[in-house]
Ligand binder design. Structure first.
Ligand code: SAH
Length: 461
């Protein structure tokens, strides 16, 4: 983060604006909307001030501002269009320790003005650290169309209930759940429709239920597939549950880009495994999930790819079910799908493969435990997960079982991520290529003639 976003209270406080043109008018108007007492220094407040000229808290002074004008101000805006004049006031503000913004001169600014979506009391501020104000504005336009005007009403409704609800639900966790229920459920619908009396009645009915105010509501486990790495590949449901969890159990396959989307104040527990040194055994992980859920927490078990694809999700839910813990399963894009798409290799194709099998190159008891006959079928694509560690051994076995050394092969490392690498070759060459390129993984291997399609589908760099 390049700058610290904050919401500043300027109500009743002096805000100094230098300039009489459009930029100055825009800043004066925002400061007035936030309740500031705005003093504009300009020979004349021009046409752009017409909507605010008669505002009770706007004063126009036809002189240069002096140190005394700046002292005690909440903020100073320099927007005169005259660089020297702006600079003089900027220096005064700096000396007085008052945060200053100079239009079109990010280097002189203590703060920059975000693009704003105003649904007061709901306010969204978007900044790009000065890198691209136009992008911030485009994003604002998107949000404007996404966020109904009535959301402001919903936030105002919640604000009025805050004190009474705080008195009735003492437990912080129970209270957060109540607010989530209120803001996402039928009460919110009523408020957004403008039927506040019905909303209040609905809320009262809910508050009367005995377990709403209880301090230990029953917990739940969310078994969520997070996809292969690009956060854009998360499902909406995954994101929703990631935002709702109290505690997250995660492993090494998940990058920061995805972890940053988990609710900020959720507790994070690393339960990752490397193929040799296990941090927590599978049984310990399952026991931990059960314990946390029994404490009433919403436990997010976040998994790379899809939870049921070589992810031991099946084993975990067996235990949860046996322990009587409620759970939800959210599918994710598995590595094979994500990597194939991002590498430009279709897994099936009318001219190449009518079938596709996903196998693990990592056997149960440290042995490659593969049905070679099943894999060595013509017109079939084979995707190998967890095969990097013994790629040389695997390819040797393939050849020993009669596979063609010229069979096209691809290896995709860090698929769908910014650091994705793709190697293409043949069954006979791919292990040496991986070693030469110092591939570390995670990586999948794709075998089959579909690999040759990549050259047609992917534009050269
Ligand atoms: N449940 C996961 C797979 C877990 S097994 C899924 O559905 O994708 C772990 C293996 O998945 C790794 O050894 C690697 O073979 C593969 N894998 C996971 N993410 C990957 C990625 N971004 N790029 C390449 N391979 C990946």
């Amino acid at each position: 983060m390049d700058q610290l976003p904050i919401f500043l209270n300027v109500a009743g406080r002096p805000v100094v604006v230098l300039g009489g043109g459009a930029q100055a008018a825009r800043r004066a108007e925002l400061a007035l909307r936030a309740g500031g007492h705005v003093r504009v220094f300009a020979p004349k407040a021009g046409e752009d001030f017409r909507d605010i000229r008669d505002h009770a808290h706007l004063t126009v002074l036809a002189r240069e501002p002096a140190a005394a004008d700046v002292a005690g101000a909440a903020l100073v805006f320099c927007a005169s269009g005259d660089a020297a004049a702006d600079r003089r006031l900027q220096a005064l503000a700096r000396r007085a320790g008052v945060p200053v913004n100079v239009a079109d001169a990010p280097g002189l600014c203590d703060f920059i003005m975000p693009a704003i979506v105003d649904r007061a009391p709901l306010t969204i501020a978007i900044g790009t650290g000065g890198a691209s104000p136009v992008f911030a504005r485009l994003l604002r336009a998107k949000l404007e169309s996404l966020i109904p005007a009535s959301y402001g009403r919903l936030v105002a409704f919640a604000s009025r209930q805050r004190e009474p609800v705080g008195k009735r639900i003492r437990d912080a966790t129970a209270r957060r759940r109540f607010w989530e229920w209120l803001l996402e459920g039928p009460v919110a619908d009523r408020v957004l429709e403008g039927r506040e009396a019905e909303a209040t009645a609905e809320m009262e009915r809910h508050l009367a239920a005995p377990d709403v105010t209880a301090s230990a509501p029953s917990g739940e486990v969310y078994l969520v597939g997070a996809g292969p790495g690009d956060p854009d590949l998360l499902t909406f449901r995954a994101l929703r549950l990631m935002q709702r969890a109290d505690v997250v159990l995660y492993d090494r396959l998940l990058g920061d880009a995805i972890m940053n989307l988990v609710r900020r104040d959720a507790e994070r527990i690393y339960v990752g495994k490397r193929s040799k040194e296990h941090t927590l055994s599978q049984d310990e992980i399952t026991a931990l999930m059960i314990r946390l859920a029994r404490e009433g927490r919403r436990v997010l078990r976040l998994k790379g790819g899809d939870p049921f694809m070589f992810g031991r999700g099946g084993e975990e839910i067996e235990h949860l079910a046996a322990a009587g813990i409620a759970f939800q399963i959210v599918p994710g894009i598995t590595a094979a799908n994500g990597c194939a798409a991002y590498a430009g290799i279709p897994l099936t194709h009318r001219d190449h493969a009518q079938a596709c099998v996903f196998v693990t190159g990592h056997g149960q008891k440290d042995q490659v435990d593969v049905d070679w006959k099943l894999l060595l079928q013509p017109r079939q694509t084979v995707v190998i997960y967890m095969g990097l560690g013994r790629l040389a051994e695997l390819t040797r076995e393939f050849l020993a079982h009669g596979a063609d050394p010229a069979l096209p092969a691809a290896l995709i490392e860090n698929g769908t991520r910014a650091n994705q690498r793709v190697l293409t070759g043949t069954l006979g060459t791919i292990a040496d290529q991986a070693a030469a390129a110092a591939i570390k993984g995670p990586a999948i291997i794709i075998l089959g003639t579909v690999v040759t399609l990549r050259d047609k589908l992917v534009a050269p760099d």
